[in-house]
Design a protein around this ligand. Sequence first.
Ligand code: CP
Ligand code: NVA
Length: 315
Amino acid sequence: MQSAASCLTDLAGRDLLSCADLSAEQTEALLSLAADFKQGRRRVDLGGRALGLIVLKASTRTRVSFSVAMGRLGGQVIDLDPAVSQVGRGEPVADTARVLSRFVDALAIRTFAQAEVEDYAHWASIPVINALTDLEHPCQALADYLTLKEGFGELRGLTLSYVGDGNNVAHSLMLCGALLGVNVRVGCPAGYEPDAAILKRSQSLAASRGAVVEVLHEPVAAVRGAQALYTDVWASMGQEDEKESRQQAFAGWCLNEELLAEADPRAIVLHCLPAYRGLEISAGVMEGSASRVFDQAENRLHAQQALLAALLGGL
Ligand code: CP
Ligand code: NVA
């Protein structure tokens, strides 16, 4: 097995489009490095290197945490706001990616289709980071498992139950959890299951780490005994037209006090945010003593600092 240091230096110049782009060792090492940054035990200087940010969906946490992370690493961010750059006017990805590769040292992209970030990665000669697509949200998953690790110390053997839509956040939690040896249960109504290929991939990764990834259709069964309960919006960005039909389909799936009572008494509550109180999560659980949602949001900064330091060759 590689040392933590060498498995991270291997990430220099690489893309992060999916949690499955990382090995188990690299995922663990990134979480350790993130904790080191958070505790002030590690400093890295990227010497003014630049990250281009292309954000085609709304964002608060991702936009700000990437900007602050680059600042703390001695780098800078160029925000390619689609409203004022040619990105929003339809300049081809092949051209944008090759031009930006001459100016900046990495790109973080939030968009709709996973194929679009793959296209950027194909044409760019610099690392491309998935800052959320319809399929995955890998930076979020790193922050989420950092938060779980803070709560329990050792991740292997824990159970994280995600209740709600089998969406981008669920997919990254499944893959990243599998790599870390965390059992991941996805509880969702029929018709809102996670992507079948991601389920299969995460189940095979989990098997090699002695963990289980499963999908259940009953909320109490999904959360029983779990150490972490996680939820996300029922209608993701791009699904605004389905908001009402989804509210009907997800009736009974609110992460509330009754559901929390079925979990491990030490269980923590996570949500990637933004949240809709009274829909996917009750106000009481969101603000209750089990909630770690604001630590989790803060951990986006530390996790991305570790990721940027590794991909930009700062280690
Ligand atoms: N969780 C998350 O990605 O938040 P933003 O949409 O605000 O970036
Ligand atoms: N699933 C949500 C996550 C937001 C951070 C969305 O894609 O809108």
